[in-house]
Design a protein around this ligand. Structure first.
Ligand SMILES: N[C@@H]1[C@@H](O)[C@H](O)[C@@H](COP(=O)(O)O)O[C@@H]1O
Length: 253
């Protein structure tokens, strides 16, 4: 099912696998049309299926990553690249080590940066020098965060150091051995960095995202739900599975 709400396109797919295929189809179309694109990438459980499909497309359908430039949204802080919970490790494991990407054109905030301010400033500069992000993939936290931009009374515009929300630490602890192991901080693109991408594609799957998806798309625009700012972007695609769309769908019909 597809709905158009002005600048927002909403695809509702029957399940996680179909959501992943749709996202991979959109991203691969961008790569095939514009092989030198600058792509913003996301981590978390949600895009794993999309990466799997992209790897399949590379192996079976000649999808070529060799001219791409990528910028990841965020990284825990502090964390080293060889920690299996780091987003660097995740990206290598789920995508980069399986495709013909030029690792020199891959960018992920450095979770071991000594000078955090400098790292953040430099990350923004690299995005600018690359000509900005053409297509940014996003997930959404159950609390409405995008990247690691947590609900707050005000949002940071540019790449910055974040104090993670209790809810996020709890939600992400499923990937760690215990809550204590989850880093309490992260480096994240800011809301302005994200909103500056030419196209945004947000993926959401599962019942625990249903309420926040409804609020982000149909509710007021508020820093308490950072994803609600996407309503202001001129070109946004939401790809939802049926469970994530379950509270939104009755309002669309
Ligand atoms: N920083 C990431 C986000 O970029 C991601 O979109 C979100 C949802 O994660 P998941 O897809 O595992 O639900 O939380 C993580 O903490």
């Amino acid at each position: 099912m597809k709905f158009n709400l002005g600048n927002l396109r909403i695809y509702i797919e029957s399940n996680y696998e179909e959501m992943s295929k749709k996202a991979a189809y959109i991203l691969s179309s961008q790569i095939r049309l514009y092989p030198q694109s600058v792509i913003g990438l996301a981590t978390g459980g949600t895009p794993v299926g999309m990466y799997k499909e992209l790897v399949r497309m590379h192996k079976e359908e000649d999808l070529d990553f060799s001219e791409l430039t990528t910028f990841n949204l965020d990284e825990y802080y502090p964390i080293s690249k060889d920690n299996p919970q780091s987003y660097y490790y995740y990206m290598m494991d789920n995508l980069f080590s399986h495709v013909n990407i030029d690792i020199n054109r891959v960018h992920i905030p450095n979770g071991m940066a000594e000078d955090v301010k400098e790292e953040c400033k430099n990350y923004e500069k690299m995005i600018r020098n690359a000509g900005g992000v053409s297509l940014q993939i996003l997930g959404i936290g159950p609390n409405g965060h995008i990247g690691f931009n947590e609900p707050d009374t005000k949002l940071e515009p540019y790449t910055h150091l974040v104090e993670l929300d209790e809810k996020t630490i709890e939600a992400n602890s499923r990937y760690f051995n215990s809550m204590e192991e989850v880093p309490k901080q992260a480096l994240s693109m800011g809301v302005k960095t994200i909103m500056s991408a030419k196209k945004l594609v947000l993926l959401a799957s599962g019942k625990n995202k249903a309420e926040v998806i409804k609020e982000a798309i149909m509710g007021g625009i508020t820093p308490e739900i950072p994803a609600s700012f996407l309503q202001l972007h001129p070109d946004v695609t939401f790809i939802l599975d049926a469970e994530a769309a379950s509270q939104l769908l009755p309002l669309l019909k």
